[in-house]
Design a protein around this ligand. Structure first.
Ligand code: CAA
Length: 268
């Protein structure tokens, strides 16, 4: 990957000798700690570019996003927005680039601190969210005279239900990582900040041991549930399920189970 100005990228491989076939994990660290990783247009451009590059690399199975410093991301960049007129916001279709954040491989958000406004919205765009005990989640836009603009009003209600979503969005109050886990916004609070990345990588390695086509298709089907009614969703799932029988990885996966050996995936 190229050198980005606002993020750091690296890659990790599982050192587990028992699982040599595991794919690597691409790590993206938001790296503007002085502004609490505020999501400027330039940072978002770096982020989406790096995610797309990892998405294309065959030896990468998943992506982890985390933040440097005390924030995951404290939201959109306030100085960048503060003087914008309606016409500027409208004519540039501000934040529409966030809708382009469509990555086929699983993305794990490792929330290391504040995930506010666009930061909370970014976490919700990821597929799995884990957090350190000090993490805080919130949609504080109303404090600024605005509303969430990168999916907060839509994704939060789907994640935690109406009453909790309304409370967060209308009061702007933050919730703790523990509360976020109870509410179903995140899947796990890890033991400490120190083990957060390790835990995220473990999830990435577990994903990297599976058939890569099945993994991407599973993500596509789960995401389709948010767009389709149940009948359409079940049909979409079933057709994709059928399609996997055309892959050699399905033959390999089932063959390996029957032979009691570890499958070797070919991504085909
Ligand atoms: N944009 C730009 N800079 C930000 C920022 C943001 N969203 N959040 C924090 N910063 C900057 C601060 O201005 C400060 O800079 P200086 O040192 O130059 O003064 C630096 O980061 C450190 O922040 P604080 O001194 O405020 O740190 P704190 O620990 O006292 O407070 C905080 C932390 C509670 C997160 C507080 O910084 C805060 O409330 N930040 C704003 C959060 C927010 O409102 N986010 C929503 C933005 S709007 C949005 O995201 C729209 C959308 O839907 C996409």
């Amino acid at each position: 990957l190229k050198d980005y100005q606002h993020i750091l990228t690296s890659r990790f491989e599982s050192k587990d000798p028992e699982k040599p076939a595991s794919l690597g994990v691409g790590l993206i660290e938001l790296n503007q700690p002085k502004s609490l990783n505020s999501l400027s247009d330039a940072l978002f451009e770096d982020l989406i570019d790096a995610a797309r590059v990892f998405d294309k690399q065959e030896d990468i199975g998943s992506i982890v996003i985390t933040g440097k410093g005390k924030a995951f991301a404290a939201g959109a960049d306030i100085p960048e927005m503060s003087t914008k007129s309606f016409a500027e916001a409208y004519n540039s279709n501000m934040f529409s680039q966030w809708a382009e954040f469509k990555i086929s491989k699983p993305i794990i958000a490792a929330v290391n601190g504040f995930a506010l406004g666009g930061g909370c919205e970014l976490a919700m765009m990821c597929d799995i969210v884990i957090a350190s005990p000090n993490a805080k989640f919130g949609q504080p836009e109303v404090n600024l005279g605005i509303i969430p603009g990168a999916g907060g009003t839509q994704r939060l209600i789907r994640a935690v239900g109406k009453s909790k979503a309304m409370q967060m969005i209308l009061t702007g109050e933050m919730i703790t990582a523990e509360q976020a886990e109870r509410d179903g916004l995140i899947s796990k609070v890890v033991e400490s900040r120190e083990v957060l990345l390790e835990e995220a990588l473990k999830i990435g390695y577990a994903i990297g041991e599976k058939g890569p086509i099945a993994i991407r298709m599973a993500k596509e089907c789960v995401n389709a549930a948010e767009e389709m009614n149940l009948e359409q969703g079940l049909q979409f799932e079933r057709r994709n399920f059928h399609a996997l029988f055309a892959t050699s990885d399905q033959k390999e996966g089932m063959g390996a189970f029957l032979d009691k050996r570890t499958p070797v995936w070919k991504n085909e």
